[in-house]
Structure formats: C-alpha cells, structure tokens
Design a protein around this ligand. Structure first.
Ligand code: ZN
Length: 227
C-alpha cells in the first residue's frame, strides 16, 4: 500500500525520513525496477552460504558442507529474511512505503570473510519512506531484532518438547534448533548496537527502557542460556 506523504494526520510530533542499515541516501533511485522476491532470495542464499562456510572453517569441498549449508539456510538465512520482513511489515503498517534491497557487495564480502573464519552478515536493508514519528521509527527498528529474539525463544521451547531422533530434510531437528537458537539470539543482539546504522540506535533514540529490556534479553539468550 502506498500512502501519500501529505495524507497523514498532522500533530504527530517530529517527522523525519528513516533508513535502515547500509543504505546510502541516494538509494531511492536504485529501488526502481527491483524485484523484491529476488532481492530477498539473494539475501537468504548469500547469508546462508557465508554462515555455512564459516561453520565449516572454509572446508567447502568437505562432504559435510552440503548438510551444513542446508542447516544454515534453515537457521541463519531464515533469521535474516524474518528480520527484514519484520521491518517491512511494521513500516507498511505505519503507512510508509517499504522495500527490501539486497546489498550485493556486502553479501560477497561476507562470503569472502567467512573463509577467514569471520562471520559478518549485512544482507541489505529495508528502505522506507514516509512521515514517521520517533515512536513509529523506533518500533520499525525494534521489529527486526525482536523477530530474531522471538525465533530464538521458539527454538528454545521447541528443544524442550521435540522427541529425540526427529529429523527435518534429513538433518537432526535438535541440531537445527540449537543452531537456530544461537544464531538468532546473536543476530538480535548484534543489531541492537546503539550506534551508526544499526537498529539499536533508533530504538535508543525512541525509548531507552525498551532498548534496555531488548538488550538484556539479547544478552541473556546469547551468553547466559546456552543450549
Ligand atoms: Zn535491522
């Protein structure tokens, strides 16, 4: 849905444009003609590949690489796609136009870095435009990390309930859930860095209490509850 910029009710306080991680200001021109499902597919496959290479320590010719890549796609890749779609969903709910655009250079850099045993994923950004209050901007930013923390909690709960020996696409479900828990907790926490282009900066600018609680949950899931 497209909402005309002038059509929103006045008196909402400060109005400003907001952009997400690694999006240069001139990107609105680059948005035209982008195929969003293809952009999301690039982000999913690129982050999955980078994470699998990282997990395998660069041993891509090892027979175990393919099952690990599948596990990475079900956990890390899905986590990043969920994060971006959550931003997009909340932005659209507030009447902003919002589209995901993959960051091709950063996807390639993250794949190359994975061979050096460094995992940095910057799959792209949800670009959104429209008049937003600081609260709306904060909630759009929060939606990404919150979706990853929620996925981590779901994986944790599922680990308690699944019977032993269950498999998903030939992979042990318990292993997939363990990886899904750890990587989503980490993606959620990492994006709450309160600086630069990270989601945490905009959440903190809106409400320090929401920021504090989200970071506390991220720290708890990443460093305290280990599965
Ligand atoms: Zn984000």
């Amino acid at each position: 849905m497209h909402v005309d910029e002038g059509s929103q009710a006045s008196g909402e306080g400060e109005r400003h444009r907001v952009r997400d991680i690694f999006t240069p200001p001139a990107d609105d021109i680059g948005l035209r003609g982008k195929n969003e499902p293809l952009e999301l597919l690039k982000a999913w496959s690129g982050t999955s590949l980078a994470f699998a290479i990282y997990l395998m320590g660069g041993q891509v010719l090892n027979r175990a690489f393919w099952p690990v890549l599948l596990a990475a796609a079900l956990t890390c890749g899905m986590g990043f796609v969920a994060h971006e779609l959550a931003h997009r969903m909340v932005a659209r709910r507030f009447g902003a136009t919002a589209h995901f655009v993959a960051n091709d250079p950063w996807l390639l850099i993250s794949i190359a870095l994975a061979f050096l045993r460094v995992f940095i994923a910057a799959p792209g950004a949800v670009w959104h435009q429209g008049y937003l209050t600081p609260r709306q901007s904060g909630l759009i930013a929060l939606a990404g990390p919150a979706s990853n923390l929620a996925l981590a909690v779901l994986a944790l709960l599922a680990l308690w309930f699944i019977p032993p020996g269950m498999a998903v696409l030939g992979l042990p479900l318990e292993l997939v859930l363990r990886i899904g828990y750890s990587i989503n907790a980490w993606i959620g926490l990492f994006n709450m860095i309160p600086a630069g282009p990270f989601d945490g900066a905009r959440v903190l600018a809106w409400d320090w209490r929401v920021f504090g609680v989200t970071v506390a949950i991220g720290l708890l899931l990443t460093f305290v509850i280990r599965v």
